[in-house]
Design a protein around this ligand. Structure first.
Ligand code: GDP
Length: 301
């Protein structure tokens, strides 16, 4: 059994490679929920949905958000009648969000996600990090805004001074899943706003220290492949490099995978983490994803 800690862009690409070589039944994906919110009355769990649509083979790979070939009639209509639809939600995608919202009257969030993944025929388990409502705030030059306002409305432009999220209780199976895994993979996701919220939950670091943990750097050279990780790492005082990522994860990491172009950082990181591997970590094609998955899984195969 392996467990993968995931956000909503980099790690899902790796998951596409991993499911090509491991039986999906042996995979748990533990997912960040800090960006969850309500939009036009519906519960939105961006990273959960991206992982769910990836595993169901229906993700929109252009945006890593929503369902491919979706339509946006409801979204456009809601905007016309005065709703502030901060995210562009497709019609099919919205159906899953409506179902989530309705099921949440009866069940905790992790059960709701389990019902949906089973309905979609997904064999892997999808485990939200928490059933609690999380709250994340981006502190910019004298303003405070939601994650989605920062990223979508403000297009990630403001200078970031800090990132704050509330403490949440782990979902029922979170700690036991980590502890019983043969390998835990920290995917190439944003270390501050995707992986950070998961590892800051009480008990998670302790469980990771007991497990065999492999991480893949989301930073190649001096920049992330996509998204605002650089600004967030800077705000938290970490160097924007694979070495900076190593500084965040080193206390519970057994193996760290960095890109070939970062070979020069290997020696420095080896002072923090016993095993450091270099390979191509930029996943542009399915071959890239499968090759990286093989390097990550290593002896477990
Ligand atoms: P978010 O929820 O959309 O922020 O998604 P994630 O946190 O999962 O992913 C964002 C991170 O994934 C960014 O820091 C990217 O640098 C990283 N990322 C995206 N694609 C790749 C890739 O192909 N290779 C690597 N190494 N990192 C990637």
């Amino acid at each position: 059994m392996i467990s993968i800690l995931s956000g909503g862009t980099g790690t899902p690409k790796l998951i596409q490679g991993i499911v090509q070589i491991i039986d999906p039944e042996y995979i748990n994906v533990i997912v960040n929920t800090v960006e969850n919110t309500y939009i036009s009355g519906n519960y939105i769990a961006p990273d959960i949905d991206t992982v769910m649509y990836t595993l169901a083979g229906m993700i929109n790979e252009e945006t890593w958000y929503g369902i491919h070939n979706d339509t946006f009639i409801t979204h456009e209509t809601l905007k016309k009648i005065g709703y502030n639809e901060i995210l562009r939600i497709g019609d099919k995608d919205r159906a899953f969000k409506i179902q989530k919202t309705l099921l949440m009257d009866k069940y905790p969030f992790s059960k709701v996600v389990d019902i949906q993944r089973k309905n979609l025929g997904i064999k892997s388990k999808i485990i939200p990090m928490s059933d609690d409502q999380s709250d994340i705030k981006i502190i910019t030059d004298n303003r405070e805004m939601s994650f989605h306002k920062f990223l979508v409305e403000e297009k990630g432009n403001p200078e970031v001074e800090d990132i704050i999220y509330n403490e949440v209780i782990p979902s029922t199976n979170l700690i036991s899943t980590i502890e019983s895994s043969d390998m835990v993979i920290i995917g190439p996701s944003n270390p501050i706003t995707s992986i950070g919220p998961i590892i800051s939950i009480e008990g998670v670091k302790k469980a990771l220290k007991k497990a065999y943990v492999v991480a893949i750097s989301p930073i190649i050279g001096d920049r992330p492949v996509s998204g605002p990780a650089a600004k967030f790492m800077n705000a938290k005082g970490f160097e924007v490099s694979c070495t900076g990522v190593a500084t965040i994860y080193h206390e519970f990491l057994d193996r760290f995978i960095i890109d070939t172009i970062d070979e020069g950082s290997k020696k420095k990181i080896e002072k923090l983490i016993s095993e450091v591997m270099t390979t191509n970590t930029n996943m542009k094609t399915m071959d890239d994803k499968v090759m990286l998955a093989r390097s990550v899984l290593g002896e477990i195969l």
